[in-house]
Design a protein around this ligand. Structure first.
Ligand code: GDP
Length: 171
């Protein structure tokens, strides 16, 4: 068995659910408390991608608290193999910022596999700030997959990582 370790960064505006995603995925915990940082640079977890039939070690880097782009942020991005572009269904500005986040990552990492994460799908209504149609249009425009998640109840989280890892092996 080849042990492949992939660095994965989670980027996006503040409060979209980046820290919650990583904590949920790695530790199986969810907290309503707003945490600015998980205290370490990254959390490690083993992940088996069904679609790719591959087992990988993921190093998940939380960029929460680094929403202001700087040289520090750049060093966080370095060496990333995978990227999650996260926005919230109830935060239009976070949706509008996805393109900006994508180009920042591309500037530092080149064209690595990315997936768009539409989080807080539990709060989707007819009048929520971002609709499913908006998400689909963005995914089409950027030519990226989109996965809807509710980190709160773990919906879509496995699918998100499965999509990302299988994209990596498809290249
Ligand atoms: P970050 O700044 O992007 O790391 O965002 P956090 O992970 O700190 O989450 C911000 C807030 O959104 C917290 O209060 C979370 O509990 C909440 N949150 C995260 N995911 C979800 C979700 O899927 N649904 C709902 N309703 N709240 C969520």
């Amino acid at each position: 068995d080849v042990d492949l370790t992939l660095k994965c960064i989670v980027v996006g505006n503040g409060a979209v659910g980046k820290t919650s995603l990583i904590t949920r995925f790695v530790k199986g915990e969810y907290t309503d408390e707003y945490k600015k940082t998980i205290g370490t640079d990254f959390l490690e977890t083993e992940f088996y991608s069904e679609s790719a039939d591959e087992e990988v070690t993921l190093h998940l880097w939380d960029t929460a608290g680094q929403e202001v782009f700087s040289t520090i942020t750049r060093s966080y991005y370095r060496g990333s193999a995978l990227c999650i572009l996260a926005f919230s269904t109830v935060d239009r500005a976070s949706f509008d910022a996805i393109k900006k986040w994508m180009s920042r990552v591309e500037e530092e990492c080149g064209p690595i596999p990315m997936v768009i994460m539409q989080n807080k799908i539990d709060l989707l209504t007819d009048s929520s700030e971002v609709s499913l149609v908006d998400g689909d249009a963005l995914a089409k425009e950027l030519d990226l997959p989109i996965v809807r998640t509710c980190v709160k109840d773990e919906r879509g989280v496995k699918e998100l990582f499965d999509t990302l890892v299988s994209t990596y092996f498809d290249l």
